[in-house]
Design a binder for this molecule. Sequence first.
Ligand SMILES: [Mg+2]
Length: 276
Amino acid sequence: MTVRPVPAAGDRSPVRAVLLDVDGTLVVGGRAIPGAASTLGRLREGGIQIRLLTNIDSRTPETVCRELAVAGIEVPCEAVFTPVVAALRFLEQHPSERCHLLLTAELAARFAAHDAGTGRADYVLVGDCREVGGYAQLDAAFRRLMDGARLLALQRGRWWQAADGPSLDTGAFVALLEHASGQTARGFGKPSADFFEMALADLGCAPAEVLVVGDDPETDAAGARTVGAPCVLVRTGKFGSRGGVVGEGHPGVAAVIDSIADLPALLEADFGILGR
Ligand SMILES: [Mg+2]
């Protein structure tokens, strides 16, 4: 993984956009973290662009957008960047290639145009495995890999913080298929540099002009580092579940705040924006 230097505080460009994680940063268990909606409001008032950069790989970006609205967090659906968006863009550039899908039913429908069905598969595309992680399904995917298909992973998180405790994430199943097949998967979500660069291109911003905000040093902070963007970690969600021992002093982490509610004050104090 390439790592670009993060500018020191005195050398920072003005922040023009914030790339926000969703689970653990804006919501936990489908409920908004106190202050999330008002922080987004302050960013909008301050003319700061917003993109939600999330590794959610069980449902479509439109579903994520609707769920956030129900939780009281209103963002345009185009602002929601997930590995689904990145994988669809990749497959649209390879229109004749087909995938064996290891995805939830909702996402399998979204990728239907790229579904190999019973025909030859160029790729095995793995996302959230809650509905498809049984032996027979994993073995069928493994056989496709042994027949020459290449392994694609929507994301490779090891675990995620469910409302009732830590749960297996897609990366655990990807690792299983990698181990069995000897392949290394191409990953689409955080911390892949391509994913962050897609959001930067969409915003028209340089890495130094954005701030990455998230609860996970392995995806949010590590991903920010791959493009040389500063990252702020929040102590909610996954970070909080581990007692906050990881992150302080983590390379590329500009600050650690208790929650998203503290972001406006930080931007005012340390980044010179949003002042009233
Ligand atoms: Mg998170």
